[in-house]
Design a protein around this ligand. Structure first.
Ligand code: BV8
Length: 256
């Protein structure tokens, strides 16, 4: 007779084998990632206990209203995150996802702005919320609408200025209440037409990203979730595996 944790272990082993078999036979694999895949690299997640900064919640700072009210405070938050991320490297979860991205028909859609998927060499990457290493013009000049890359830590000046018009620069990320870029939304929706849709390390509450797994299931995809804890998506996927992405993904990769 199995005790509780033995049953759980057996169930997880079965789920890993089922997911690996589905990935092995898939011609179109789509992976959606959130902050949880970068947690093992040392990048603070949004809603975990490490998600607070000077007692501010991410949702309160990652908005155009917050930036308009106090650009220096919001830039200090981004400068702190840039400095933290600059010292982080891709972890085993990024490495497995980058390896799977070499397969034809695979696509990776990330909510993260830390660029760790790009640094791991991930192909066909859709960055739904932009990059913390890119800036654009807050004051709306034509040339400054196109994001430019600035990886200097610390930034040359605080707050940084637009090189085109000398106005205020902003992080070229998508804030709450802002629309995502049309081409990114289209690419993400196209990626829901797949055989396997795997969501990894996201609390599944930020839209439109959180709606993608439901759209994939509606189109007949096998859906799976790898996350440290249950989320609103857990009850709707075919397989929900609870554990660290940096340990679960390498185990699945061994079985594929
Ligand atoms: C928009 C960039 C049209 C900034 C971010 C429909 C329904 C409800 C609400 C809305 C809706 N449509 C729009 C909204 C409003 C809003 C929204 O969704 N709000 C939520 C809070 C309810 N959405 C928007 O505003 C979006 N815009 O839809 O445009 C529009 C326009 C105007 C008005 C309405 C609509 C724009 C959303 C983009 C916001 N920008 N980031 C920045 O980064 O500074 S979102 C931000 O949250 C990050 O990108 C982050 O990636 C993302 C999602 O969070 P997660 O990645 O899931 O991170 P989190 O910390 O929450 O969870 C981590 C998970 O990992 C946890 O579950 C944890 O257990 C797990 N974990 C931890 N360690 C590990 C692990 N898992 C595995 N292994 C581990 N080791």
């Amino acid at each position: 007779m199995y005790d509780g944790c033995e049953v759980r272990r057996v169930n997880v082993q079965n789920d890993l084998a089922v997911l690996a078999a589905r990935i092995r036979s898939a011609t179109r694999l789509t992976i959606l990632t959130g902050a949880g895949v970068s947690a093992a690299s040392g990048v603070p997640t949004f809603r975990g206990q490490d998600g607070l900064w000077r007692q501010h919640r991410a949702e309160d700072l990652a908005t155009p209203e917050a930036f308009g009210r106090n650009p220096r405070l919001v830039w200090e938050w981004y400068a702190w995150r840039r400095e933290t991320i600059a010292g982080c490297r891709p972890n085993a979860a990024h490495e497995v996802i980058a390896a799977w991205s070499q397969r034809a028909g695979s696509r990776t859609v990330t909510q993260n702005v830390d660029d760790l998927h790009a640094r791991a060499g991930t192909e066909r990457l859709v960055r739904l919320h932009g990059s913390i290493w890119e800036l654009s013009c807050w004051d709306g000049c034509a040339n400054g609408a196109t994001p430019w890359r600035d990886e200097r830590v610390p930034l040359a000046e605080m707050p940084p200025r637009c090189p085109h018009c000398g106005g205020l620069a902003r992080p070229a990320v998508v804030w709450f209440g802002e629309s995502l870029r049309g081409e990114d939304v289209r690419a993400a929706l196209q990626a829901t037409a797949c055989d396997v849709f795997l969501t990894v390390g996201t609390s599944a509450i930020v839209y439109p990203a959180a709606g993608l797994v439901h759209e994939a299931r509606r189109q007949g995809a096998f859906t799976a979730e790898i996350n440290l804890e249950a989320t609103p998506a857990s009850s709707g996927v075919d397989v929900a595996i609870h554990g660290g992405a940096e340990t679960i993904l390498p185990r699945v990769a061994e079985l594929v």
